[in-house]
Design a protein. Sequence first.
Lengths: 352, 103, 169
Amino acid sequence: MSHLSPFQIFLLLSIVKIAVVLVILLTTVAYTVLLERKVLGHIQNRWGPSRVGPFGLLQPLADGIKLFLKEDLMPLAAERPLFVIAPIIALTCALISIAVVPFGAVHRIHGVDIFAITDINIGLLVILGITSIGVYGIALSGWSSNNKFSLLGSLRATSQMVSYELALGLSLVGVVLRAQSLSLRTIVESQSAHGLLSWNFFGGYQFVAFFIYLMAAYAETNRAPFDLPEAESELVAGYHTEYSSMKFAMFFMAEYANMVIVSCVATLMFFGGASSPFGNLIPAFGGAVVQALLPVFWFVVKVFAFLLLYIWVRGTLPRFRYDQLMSFGWKFLLPLAMANIIITSLVLALHG
Amino acid sequence: MAAQVPTAYYLVLAAILFSIGVGSFLIKRNIITIFISIELMLNAVNLTFVAFAHQWHQISGQIFVFFVMVVAAAEAAVGLAIIIAIFRTRQTLNVDQIDLMKL
Amino acid sequence: MQLALFIIFGALAVAGALNLLLQRHPINSALSLVVVMMSLAVLYWSLGAEFLAAAQVIVYSGAIMVLFVFVIMLLNAGKEEKTTGSRAAYIAGFPGAAAIFCLLTFVFLSEQKALGVANLGGHLNSGLNNIEELSRVLFTKLLLPFEVTSVLILVAILGAVVLARKEDQ
């Protein structure tokens, strides 16, 4: 690679990184769907998908082919440009956030960090910003399909996401106060000193913040028990009632990609990101490659655990009522998040 | 790589945005669109603040923008509440039909 | 790089603003404003104001404009119709806007000598990062204004709740 200038190497490696991460993310999304159907099946004492391939492992592929080949219906009364652009906004915003997530320890090849697409000093704010833009996809989809159920679903989704964004943002402030940085790398490093004990969840006493984050994140991704925007029993399918074929698939992928992102952020902020839970207790083993891939393994395990938790919650809890949802967000989560910030900053001011 | 942009260009861009905002504020008849044009003008002014903050290496310009954002948020909340109240009593959003103080 | 960013996102902002002016449906105008705001956020970032770029996206496009879109959806606002008032507005509007534009541009370009150039990565008076610097000033020198704005927001929330409440209860 010596005949390439540093900038060209940077460009090349970045493109390769983006492609690899995108492929992995989309595969994860596809298999999260299968995982959800399998686990939900077992929770409800049935098998879940088991026909296509061994243990139903090829089911995502079959689903993908089916969705690709379906007829793409365009409702007559729909607002055409917005109707088309809404799922694109939703999916793009869901996929972009992965760009700032570091999923391994710092490991440089030719001066390029290979285990994160980019590390910027306002990484956390970027994730929050992109999440807040994602609301448009849902809001516009409901409005442009010109269907009352869609509109109701998207009004619900918009107000729910805007309300819970506050609690979500505030729950992360405690972590930022502890790490004194908004860069996700620095936040992870601030928790990697003593393994499990220095994670924000255990050592940082941020478990209140974590539970606030968890609940706000469930609401933010429109998942059970906050899945009112697409409540089947009330609104047909909510904001994506009128969508078919790939446009529907885009919403579907956006939902699961958002789940993955939210799990990534929870891992980074509260569970030490890619750092090992045992700290330095395990002696280093294997070669350099194993040592480089071990943090990625821990990261993936943690994210996977959060995805399982998502599915478990969906299989267990009933749906909230709309007024309960709003009063829970505004009257319980928000004050609790503020109290958490005040206590954290007081403790840091007295001890830090 | 180090192509530089004169600060004046940023200011001219802000001027363009501001005048478009003024124009659409005067021309539009829908009360929501008029409100949107006000936001556009605020944004244009914010750009000049940031450009000058960069120019003179002063943080105060950015702080001004921060306060403008806060005020814009408060303004949007109250303004949209007023619009909803107006729509509820008059069933219209056209400013030409909202020219009386009482019904 | 600075020039490329400026040209691309400046053009995008102007295009968004023009689209705002030309569209007849409020929701299209609102979405064009979102485009303007996003491109302005990139310009802020290129001018060394990272926090403001993020705040622009989160507060303006993520909260304020969502509120606008929400209200447009809620009221089901249709296309605006032309009235007698709009002709008068056309007569006053375009010359007025053009005059303001000419005046501002003339002043800015004639003062171009006194102004410098902007380059990527140029930073403010110290080497600290933008957020640290901003918060240091905000929470020491400008603490009182900061607290006053929080009271302002509280008042605005109360005002909005009172205004938008149904009166029949």
